[in-house]
Design a protein around this ligand. Structure first.
Ligand code: IMP
Ligand code: MG
Length: 184
């Protein structure tokens, strides 16, 4: 898909580049105050969190180890049980470590609820969740972000890593996708 066409599919820009940058600086300040000089394993949840992960991590002043995890929710055609499937697991051992899960968006909460459970079973010192966006209206699981960028209304958003059908991830801002794109 041409980038020009991708831009035309955006109804309006919800969070622009400058607003993203400003908010990430504030989240980084909160994280720096919380972790001080402790080492943290920062887990990027692929693929949507990639832009957020790097823009956040470069502003952290404590030692960070990188790791990456890729999960999918169980099939769209079957009834969702809220379970997730691990497509790519961590490489590092998180036992006794501080784990910071970096995710793009907290929606139903199924993904982060399951991830937090999986990580907690590996005996880390601490597990905290940092998400750029939160759609609280859609929550079905009892889970909240410890560090959060923006609470947003229940609209389907794309850009800055977020996709619809693997498209729009490269847009530098977060935009509301035109309904006509996914209803046609
Ligand atoms: P949850 O498990 O329902 O909380 O959903 C989390 C995942 O759903 C995110 O990692 C996204 O991949 C996807 N998701 C939820 N809402 C949106 C959205 O508005 N735009 C793009 N992806 C979304
Ligand atoms: Mg995702």
């Amino acid at each position: 898909m041409l980038l020009k066409q991708a831009k035309e599919d955006i109804e309006y820009i919800l969070v622009n580049e400058q607003e993203i940058e400003n908010r990430i600086k504030e989240i980084a300040d909160e994280l720096n105050a919380y972790y001080k000089d402790e080492e943290v394993i920062a887990v990027c949840i692929l693929k949507g969190s990639v832009p957020f992960y790097w823009d956040l991590i470069k502003r952290l002043s404590f030692p960070v180890k990188f790791d990456f995890m890729c999960v999918s929710s169980y099939g769209a055609s079957t009834v969702s049980t809220g379970e997730i499937k691990i497509l790519k697991d961590l490489v590092v051992d998180i036992k006794g470590k501080n784990v910071l899960v970096v995710e793009d968006i907290l929606d139903s909460g199924n993904t982060l609820y399951s991830l937090k459970k999986i990580f907690s079973e590996r005996s880390p010192k601490d597990v905290k969740i940092c998400t750029l966006l939160d759609k609280p209206d859609r929550r079905v699981k009892d889970i909240e972000a410890d560090f959060l960028g923006f609470k947003i209304e229940d609209k389907f958003v794309v850009g800055y890593g977020l996709d619809y059908d693997e498209k729009y991830r490269q847009l530098p801002y977060i935009g509301v996708l035109k309904e006509s794109v996914y209803t046609k």
